[in-house]
Design a protein around this ligand. Structure first.
Ligand code: FPP
Length: 262
């Protein structure tokens, strides 16, 4: 066993002695624990190849697989994917049918593998709108993977941030009327517990592909201090290096949370 550097033979005197920093590698720049992605550009990818839009969504599902693998390789602990927005219901019925079929196929073919990889699956959004069958499969996926800890994959399905915040406000009003919440005592952390992301840390990094620079009703409360990175790549072309590049941009940004630079 290693000898201590100093053996005290006298009672300690109250003199401030500088404590050397613990040995070991210098801590590197902070990396994002939670990455959230607006997967955009499936339609343009298909149009550029004169293919039907569904081909773009199918290629987008392949990119989802690559992205999850890349997130694990980059030690991302939480990955949120915007798979279907509340506004996407306004798309033509055949596209909604195609996206629903793709989601069903994805759930059946991928969940066992995600479970083997140690991925926990969580769903946010009004996913019951996809019908009882998909709802049951999503809930089964959540139950099966509930104890996994390598990566939590949050799939936003029929998700809209404004609807989520409104729903939270309604629940808080009901709780206040029932006397279980004191509105004056409610703080931001208390409010966030009523959001669908309760228990999930806020995203550090939000990525949007396809060159569009908007949040499109995605995690508006949770992204208050997120770093935003807009990538000029269509989602079906998304590769591991795009995630690594966005993380690299993140590590070079200075996050001040409204404070002045140190
Ligand atoms: C945006 O592209 C993408 C979507 C509306 C759906 C996202 C779906 C996937 C990536 C595939 C399926 C995912 C899972 C989890 C199975 P867009 O159609 O708006 O593209 P555009 O802006 O070029 O028209």
């Amino acid at each position: 066993m290693a000898e201590p550097d100093t053996v005290l033979t006298e009672p300690p005197v109250s003199v401030a002695v500088p404590v050397p920093a613990p040995a070991g590698p210098e801590p590197g720049p902070r990396r994002p624990d939670h990455v959230a992605i607006i997967m955009d550009g499936n339609g343009r990818w298909a149009a550029g190849r004169r293919l039907p839009r569904v081909a773009g969504h199918r290629a987008g599902a392949q990119a989802v697989r690559r992205c999850i693998r890349a997130a694990i390789e980059n030690n991302v602990r939480w990955l949120t994917l915007y798979a279907f927005s509340s506004e996407n219901w306004r798309r033509p019925a055949d596209e909604v049918t195609d996206l629903t079929a793709l989601l069903r196929h994805y759930l059946r073919s991928e969940i066992a593998e995600l479970h083997r990889e140690g991925v926990r699956v969580r769903v946010i959004g009004e996913h019951e709108r996809f019908g009882p069958e998909i709802r049951a499969e999503l809930e089964a996926a959540e139950r099966l993977t509930a104890a996994n800890t390598r990566l939590t994959l949050i799939v936003a399905l029929s998700y809209g941030a404004r609807a989520e915040i409104l729903q939270a406000a309604r629940r808080i009003v009901a709780a206040a009327q029932a006397g279980t919440v004191q509105p004056d005592a409610l703080d931001e952390a208390g409010f966030a517990r009523y959001l669908s992301t309760d228990g999930i840390p806020d995203p550090d990094l939000v990525i949007r592909t396809s060159g569009e620079c908007r949040l499109s009703n995605f995690l508006l409360w949770q992204s208050a201090y997120a770093e935003l990175v807009f990538l000029d790549v269509l989602w079906p072309d998304f590769e591991a290096h795009h995630l690594a590049g966005a993380i690299d941009v993140f590590t070079r940004r200075e996050r001040r949370y409204g404070a002045r630079p140190g």
